[in-house]
Design a protein around this ligand. Structure first.
Ligand code: SF4
Ligand code: SF4
Length: 413
């Protein structure tokens, strides 16, 4: 761990009002400033490891809202994650973490195979029976929470149904590579398809390499640096084998990770070149605003927008999604209070720390309700899963959709 980053904290407290766990507890130990101090004291040998100490450190969502607010460039979330990573490497992962973060999610083929029985579970009506009889209580709590988050699965994974090349409609402007994102394209295939169709409608030939692998973000969460580097090298070589102007993703988490390949593979020119080509779909569409505007038809809807942490804090993208929503004629856009505050999903945080995740989520739901919006737009699979479930229970009339789905709705009129 870089000790200098720890001592850069001047303890001004400007990060405190932005930290979701501090806002819930008002405890210094659950704040970015407190966490930096805890890790620093531990590194200096003035603190010994205790259950309480580990609890404070593990309560961090790694949402990086503190980094956006810090005038000294301290990224408490990243420092804590790094610290936990160093510790975990010595201790190993829990069975659940090992299964999800190393064995399942980083492997698109295994993830797709795993959804087959889930599809059967949903299509045969078994899910309804299990839920109505409350049978989930008989299983471990983490499994019950994961089941509760599961949306209705599409008939087939998009990776299997989407053609490798989607031609441009009209004169061709350029060629982009589409990064599918394992969870995004598997669980929200309609949104991913809308992304490809929008790019094609705007004159881009879209290449979706079938062999692409996971971006490496789950490996990162699972403290598997080697796995991240392998994913980075594989995806870099694969996408570089095509002549691409950009590599586009509609998944905030993937975008943030792909843009870090140059850092993960320091000194490897190809990885840096790959990262500089990566764009979130909102960045590409914002550059096509004039062409897009001509195609948008009125949508008389009240809409609000939740900033995914991986898009706002990790990639600094805030204005583009709002500008794109605002371009739709007839839209009544309502700014969401604390729009860039984490929704509590945070990787596997909502499974591992259900109590704090629910508190953070409840605040988000209340803010959404205050807008009176009928549609909540966001662009990250974790946020989509978390907010779809919460709003279907608290305010079923509010629909949660991806930005590209909203734009496609408008194009279709
Ligand atoms: S982390 Fe940054 S914002 Fe927070 S107390 Fe330290 S210097 Fe101030
Ligand atoms: S990453 Fe998020 S939860 Fe962690 S200290 Fe920073 S603001 Fe708080």
């Amino acid at each position: 761990m870089d000790y200098v980053k720890l001592i850069n904290c001047m303890r001004c407290g400007m990060c405190l009002p932005h930290c979701p766990t501090y806002k819930e507890t008002f405890l210094e130990t659950a704040s970015p400033r407190g966490r930096v101090a805890l890790v620093r004291k531990f590194q200096e040998g003035e603190l010994v490891e205790s259950e309480k100490f580990l609890e404070y450190v593990s309560l961090c969502l790694d949402c990086q809202a503190c980094a956006s607010a810090c005038p000294c460039g301290v990224n408490a979330g990243e420092l804590v994650a790094e610290f936990r990573c160093e510790k975990k490497q010595g201790e190993g992962l829990s069975i659940m973490e090992e299964l999800i973060l190393r064995k399942l999610v980083p492997h698109p083929d295994r993830l797709e195979a795993a959804t087959a029985p889930m599809r059967l579970y949903q299509r045969t009506g078994m899910q309804k029976v299990v839920r109505s009889l409350g049978l989930l209580k008989m299983f471990p709590a983490a499994l019950g929470r994961m089941e509760g988050l599961l949306p209705t699965l599409p008939d087939a994974p998009l990776r299997q149904t989407l053609e490798e090349v989607t031609p441009a409609l009209g004169p061709e402007k350029g060629t982009v590579g589409f990064f599918l994102g394992c969870v995004m394209s598997l669980l929200f295939s309609e949104a991913s398809l809308a992304t490809v169709q929008l790019l094609s409608a705007l004159g881009y030939r879209v290449i979706t390499p079938k062999a692409q692998k996971c971006c490496g973000a789950p490996n990162m969460l699972g403290h598997d640096k080697e796995g991240v580097q392998q994913a980075a090298r594989f995806n870099t070589d694969l996408f570089q084998s095509y002549q691409l102007d950009f590599v586009v993703t509609d998944c905030g988490g993937c975008g943030a990770e792909l843009k870090k390949y140059g850092h993960h593979l320091e000194g490897e020119q190809a990885a840096t070149a790959f990262s500089t080509k990566v764009r979130d779909i909102s960045e590409i569409l914002a550059t096509e605003a004039a062409a897009l505007k001509e195609r948008l038809k009125p949508l008389p809807l009240r809409v609000t927008y939740h900033d995914p942490c991986h898009i706002a804090h990790c990639q600094g993208i805030r204005s583009q999604p709002r500008a794109l929503i605002g371009m739709i004629p007839g839209i009544d856009f309502r700014e969401l209070g604390e729009a860039d505050a984490c929704c509590g999903s945070a990787g596997t945080y909502n499974i591992e720390k259900p109590e704090m995740s629910d508190r953070v989520l409840s605040r988000k739901v209340q803010n959404i309700q205050k807008t009176g919006a009928g549609y909540l737009v966001t662009s990250n699979p974790g946020c989509l899963l978390q907010l779809k479930k919460a709003l279907s229970e608290a305010t079923p009339q509010v629909k949660v959709i991806h930005l590209t789905e909203l734009l496609q709705m408008s194009m279709a009129g």
